[in-house]
Design a binder for this molecule. Structure first.
Ligand code: NAD
Length: 490
């Protein structure tokens, strides 16, 4: 696959973002500028400077997007699955062609290091879409039950509301299964990931998807909820974001019995059984907790180790944490950048300050900017050690690079701790054998559990138990989430 622009730099990214800001929305197949009252900004968190300003969509534009999606829906659902799969692959190809532009834009607005922007944010999104296309080709839309033929119908028009932490992956994790199912989509991306969404809108145009199948509107979250949740032209709302906002959206949607999918927060455990290779488990867990500057919904942010291993764990963590140093995301050797915004930095610092106030032990990191940085939304990767499981730092999502370590008495206690938060999104189990790890994992109420470091699979269902939400994304489970069965009796 050829690429368009070569290795991105701060300057080429700024040029790209300036171009995207002129017409960042996609409504009924046309790239447009918003004409609403609300001004939104694209910000570089590594310097805390504004890179571009755009106007959000007006309510008339939101209505236009809903109408365009509604008009396109039936013909799209009637398009053969093989053709829908072909167009999904064309969308993946279009992203790959613009991979360098994406790398620059994501590094600029998320602060993700260049290598991570490419290997994680862009490549994963391309793999997600291709996995959905494969699943679509194998999907059974019709079956017989006795004297009935049951047909899986598209749910209709989907409002997709996405976060910023994986700005491209979170978008395609929703829109690819939705359009595979025959739905049409109005995408409302996060205010922190506007430029990535605007570039994605260009890929939609490049792919040849029919007008109206995939629309992109920019707005603040509240405006969208006030106008489009419960709108007669919207059949299903698929939301990824914080548990609090997800709950308010579900409450709003309940008034009109609008279907909702929720992909929400997490406080996922990494449970290290007494039989496990402690050194490997500790090293991989720390890297996972700090990955993407700690901004992963399924990050393993609670390390559970046998009490007898706490001293050894402490020694290892002190040595390992020193190797995780945030730096300028544009430098070649950067492995960790800033967090997404000054607001997120302030929120994480509030959580760390509360840890200090409670007198909990900080093994590494803490308040203030990391060494080598003088400005920007940087946070010191932080390890909080041997804390009370009921402490807020052991219960609530920080959404930054903060790992909490808990000691347990025996395996039953470890499982109780693993299940002892309101969340149930991800997690990992480490043991001497995969069979032993699987046995323990079956006791953990989480949607995705990695056994002894098992790799992420973009075709496997992704989603949570408990307050981490309901519904599943990706692959065939993702497609199933956007369908309604209809039965015909003969
Ligand atoms: P957020 O809840 O603040 O925002 C998510 C989306 O909702 C954005 O598009 C935003 O514009 C919109 N929004 C914000 N406030 C709103 C409101 N009052 N009404 C309606 N919409 C509103 O979350 P975020 O900061 O973008 O993302 C971080 C959160 O997302 C974390 O809690 C993380 O765990 C979660 N997350 C979950 C998953 C998952 O798959 N379960 C994946 C990624 C992120």
């Amino acid at each position: 696959m050829t690429t368009t622009s070569g290795t991105p730099t701060r300057d080429t990214a700024l040029e790209a973002i300036t171009g995207l800001a002129a017409a960042p929305e996609l409504i009924d197949g046309a790239l447009r500028a918003g004409d609403g009252d609300r001004e939104l900004t694209v910000t570089d968190p590594s310097l805390d400077v504004v890179l571009a300003r755009v106007r959000g969509a007006s309510t008339a534009q939101l209505d236009e997007a809903a109408e365009a999606a509604g008009r396109a829906q039936r013909a799209w659902e009637d398009t053969a699955p093989a053709e829908r799969a072909r167009l999904l692959r064309a969308l993946a190809d279009a992203i790959e062609v613009r991979a360098d532009e994406f790398v620059g834009v994501i590094t600029a607005e998320l602060g993700s290091p260049l290598t991570l922007s490419r290997r994680l944010h862009v490549d994963l999104a391309v793999r997600d879409i291709r996995a959905v296309a494969d699943a679509l080709e194998a999907f059974t839309f019709e079956r017989r039950i006795g004297n009935s033929v049951v047909t899986e119908r598209a749910a209709g028009v989907v409002l997709a509301i996405t976060p910023w932490n994986y700005p491209l992956h979170q978008v395609v994790a929703k829109v690819a299964p939705a359009i595979a199912a025959g739905c049409t989509v109005i995408l409302k991306p996060s205010e922190n990931a506007l430029a990535t969404a605007a570039l994605f809108a260009r890929c939609v145009v490049d792919s040849g998807l029919p007008a109206g199948v995939l629309n992109v509107v920019l707005a603040g979250g509240r405006e969208i909820v006030d106008h489009l949740v419960g709108h007669p032209g919207v059949d299903l709302v698929s939301f990824t974001g914080s548990t609090e906002v997800g709950s308010s959206i579900a409450a709003r949607a309940a008034r009109t019995i609008t279907r909702v999918h929720l992909e929400l927060g997490g406080k996922s455990p990494s449970l290290v059984a007494p039989s496990a290779d402690l050194a490997t488990a500790v090293k991989v867990t720390l890297a996972n907790a700090f990955f993407n500057s700690g901004q992963s919904c399924n990050a393993w942010t609670r390390l559970l180790v046998p009490r007898a291993s706490l001293a050894e764990t402490e020694e290892q963590l002190v040595a390992l944490a020193a190797r995780h140093r945030p730096s300028d995301p544009w430098s070649d050797d950067a492995r960790m950048g800033p967090v997404v915004s000054a607001q997120r930095q302030a929120a994480i610092w509030r959580d760390i300050a509360a840890v200090e106030d409670r007198g909990e032990r900080i093994l590494a990191g803490g308040l203030g900017l990391p060494d080598g940085t003088e400005r920007g939304s940087f946070v010191r990767p932080t390890v909080v050690f041997d804390v009370d499981p009921h402490s807020p730092i052991a219960q609530e999502e920080v959404f930054g690079p903060v790992l909490t370590v808990l000691g347990y008495d025996d395996l039953d206690h470890a499982i109780e701790l693993a299940n002892g938060t309101r969340y149930g999104l991800g997690g990992s189990v480490w043991a001497a054998s995969t069979d032993e790890a699987a046995g323990i994992a079956r006791e953990v109420r989480s949607g995705q559990l990695d056994l002894n470091g098992g790799a992420f699979n973009p075709a496997a269902p992704f989603g949570g138990f408990k307050s981490s939400g309901y519904g599943r994304e990706l692959g065939s489970y993702g497609i199933a989430g956007f369908l309604e069965p209809q039965s015909f009796q003969y």
